[in-house]
Design a binder for this molecule. Sequence first.
Ligand SMILES: *Cc1c(COP(=O)(O)O)cnc(C)c1O
Length: 428
Amino acid sequence: MATNREAFDEARRYVAGGVNSPVRAFKAVGDNPLFFASGYGSKITDIEGHEYIDYVGSWGPHILGHAPEPVITAITRAARASTSFGAPTVAETALAQIICDALPGCDRLRLTNSGTEASMSVLRLARGATGRSKIVKFAGCYHGHVDSLLVSAGSGALTFGSPDSAGVTASVAADTIVLPYNDVDHVERAFAEWGDQIAATILEPICGNMGVVLPVRGYLESIAAITRESGALFIMDEVMTGFRVAWGGAQRLLNVQPDLTVLGKVIGGGMPLAAFGGRADVMDQLSPDGPVYQAGTLSGNPVAVSAGLAALNQLRNNPAIYRRLEVLSARLEFGLRSAAERAGLEVYIARCGSMLTVFFQPGPVHNLDDARRSDTGMFARFHGLMRSQGHYLPPSQFEAWFVSNAHSFRDIDSTVAAAERAFAELAA
Ligand SMILES: *Cc1c(COP(=O)(O)O)cnc(C)c1O
């Protein structure tokens, strides 16, 4: 039986960097990744046979925990009836209908295979529908590895972005205006300057990709109003928050309606499935009815759709799940906070529903600059201490932990107890 270390060394020979997505590589915590063999409920087991309570949840999709029975049954049944047709199935309509019924900002939907693809497509649609080229985004918001959105620098000030990645050209980045999150003034100034060229504003209504950062009161409403006043479209990226923070996502929880929405993660039930949707008049600009081209060989794939349908049906038919997630997650939040206090360690904990981040700093955290003040070295040590006690956290300070409905109160209490030991060691 190979060790994690051996598996990683072998992987590096054939897989670029040894991983198929860089966040998996554990670089931010100075370690080697774990290779997993199985997962059930709140627990996952690595190839060395170590069991962990999982707070990554595949980075968000597993709101029901690993391998929930209704989802696995649906996937199996769908696969037996062919994994793909490249032609419409009625299940796609059923999934789109559930999502449109739940989201105030979605009249129509289109399914894609990843959140990145959905973000990329929604920008093309916004540009096609408005005939404008610029996009406003916010530092610290992640919308997938789309060229024009891989721009988050331009710290604080009102600047045109410079690319975050080699291979993203300056000309692509030049159409992206990057502003600090939670600051309406910058948005007003950007629209005063370039309002007639801006196609859309895109943001995470509740951020999860700089760690959890909540919008300040009235922020989303102001951004929506300023954006629409200039004739641009207001896009919410709910890939992480959609059906995670509430049935119907952040837009329903916070009662702010976007023109367009990006979805992923939970809606795929753990399979590769994402979507974008929005106002009928804008969505009708898409090919084949309209001039904006967008396509996909495996889009609306029957196996992925069956998983998404099964997961969403569980959530819709059992609204108590969201209440239970809130209770579990609040217990985790308060437990961690008092554990840190007892250990004499200053941390700032941000949470919305079952998304939570422990920032190793006094806080508050309202934007990327605030988040960056965290002690990432201390987080790396914390991560290792938690992992050695059997608790698997996202391997970066700037990520959200996810609680699932498969977590038990015992899981939460055991994680809090482990964290208290870890905090005490870090404070020593
Ligand atoms: C995960 C995520 C994406 C990207 O989705 P992928 O399926 O990884 O391409 C986009 N936006 C947000 C807010 C996300 O959390």
